[in-house]
Design a binder for this molecule. Structure first.
Ligand code: PLP
Length: 399
């Protein structure tokens, strides 16, 4: 199995068809570059969907993984281990939280957040209100929490106790709260539905609603946490603190790792036997997570994310000005940025992404509305310029 063609043929005859994949089998990566089985190189502005935020095969993360894999790989949560204890302590030291639960993915972290919110509010209060356009994962509870009916279609009946409020409408959200509501769950910036930031004022009003009605505020920072917006956690630059926060994706830079963070008082509702995960807090994943945290906490790292974010945003703004028939502007925070498309751009969105892929640039068409750019946080200005050259050449074909 050496070529794209061979690998893809074998893969397509083996897997349940849940994924519409690009026609490449990736074989190696370094920094912001990937290489496929035919030897073609790609500039990666997707990062495995906001996962490889330190770039592919970051040497320090790879070393931490290899060292841990030689030492201890798994013992289950019947025992304490050093990597998970250190990772939890580090997350606590640098966040609002004083307790952590470790999982393996974003959906699993959100499941834990939902269960914790319900357990903390039981008996009687169980309903979670999320926002339209949200994305919280693919398990049954997290698709029920996801405010996009297309993810629920065919999987009915949905678990009860979830509803979604119209995006941006605080009065509608307020009107949906009733005596069974226990939490409001939001992404500080909706990634999947087209890079849609929630304003500080909106988030503050949601926090106020939670305080008024004694509800828990859950922030899903699976996509925007871990430095993506230019602070370790998105909430830190928004002036609003959640009660529970979920993390995953970039936390392990590619190893499966998720977490919820919360306060001591709320955490007390989970007692032995109420929640668990066989692999959660796996030593190798946690060693990777700890290496990620150390690098991101280095002085200067977040400032560099912010300055590259400004550069990427200005670049996309300039692209929009050059191609007004296809794009209206850019939006985003830090290094999650989008080129907002016109109707014509939206019609061609998938084809534009495919043409970019053919020319060796990876991005995606998010929310049927924007081209989303989520490069590794170590991306350079030269790489952003290179991205623009490719984007210009593709958009000039579609304008
Ligand atoms: N929450 C958000 C905001 C996400 O973007 C995602 C994945 O894209 C998830 C949850 C689900 O994460 P996972 O695919 O790791 O289960």
């Amino acid at each position: 199995m050496t070529s794209n063609k061979e690998i893809i043929a074998k893969s397509e005859s083996a897997f349940i068809g849940t994924y519409a994949r690009f026609s490449a089998a990736m074989v190696k990566g370094s920094g912001c570059r990937l290489q496929d089985a035919d030897g073609k190189e790609y500039l990666d502005f997707l990062s495995g969907i906001a996962v490889c935020s330190l770039g592919h095969c970051h040497p320090e993360v790879t070393k931490a993984i290899c060292d841990q894999a030689r030492t201890l790989v798994h013992v289950s949560n019947l025992f304490h281990t050093i990597p998970q204890t250190e990772l939890a302590a580090c997350l606590i030291e640098h966040s609002f939280a004083d307790r952590v639960f470790l999982a393996n993915s974003g959906a699993e972290a959100n499941e834990a957040a939902i269960k914790l919110a319900r357990k903390h509010s039981s008996p009687g209060r169980y309903e979670i209100i999320s926002l339209e356009g949200s994305f919280h994962g693919r398990t049954l509870a997290t698709i029920a929490a996801t405010g996009q009916p297309k993810f629920q279609l065919g999987f009915e009946p949905m678990p009860t106790g979830f509803k979604s409020a119209p995006f941006g409408d605080i009065a509608a959200l307020s009107a949906m709260i009733n005596e069974t509501t226990c939490a409001i769950m939001v992404e500080p910036l909706q990634g999947e539905s087209g890079v849609r930031p929630l304003s500080r004022e909106y988030l503050k009003a949601i926090r106020d609603l939670c305080n008024k009605h004694d509800l828990l505020l859950i922030f899903d920072e699976v996509q925007v946490g871990m430095g993506r917006t230019g602070s370790l956690f998105a909430y830190q630059q928004l002036g609003v603190t959640p009660d529970i926060m979920s993390l995953a994706k970039a936390l392990g830079n590619g190893l499966p790792l998720g977490a919820i963070l919360t306060t001591k008082g709320i955490a007390a509702s989970f007692t032995p036997g109420t929640h668990a995960s066989t692999f959660g807090g796996n030593p190798v994943s946690c060693a990777a997570g700890l290496a990620v945290m150390k690098i991101m906490l280095d002085q200067g790292f977040m400032n560099s994310v912010l300055s590259r974010g400004h550069y990427l945003s200005a670049t996309l703004q300039a692209v929009a000005q050059d191609f007004p028939t296809l794009a209206t502007g850019s939006r985003g925070t830090g290094l999650i940025q989008a080129l907002v498309l016109t109707e014509k751009g939206i019609k061609n969105g998938s084809e534009i992404i495919n043409a970019l892929f053919q020319r060796g640039l990876l991005a995606n068409f998010a929310g049927n509305a924007v081209l989303r750019f989520i490069p590794p946080l170590i991306v350079t200005e030269a790489e952003i310029d290179e991205m623009r050259t490719t984007l210009d050449s593709v958009l000039s074909v579609f304008q």
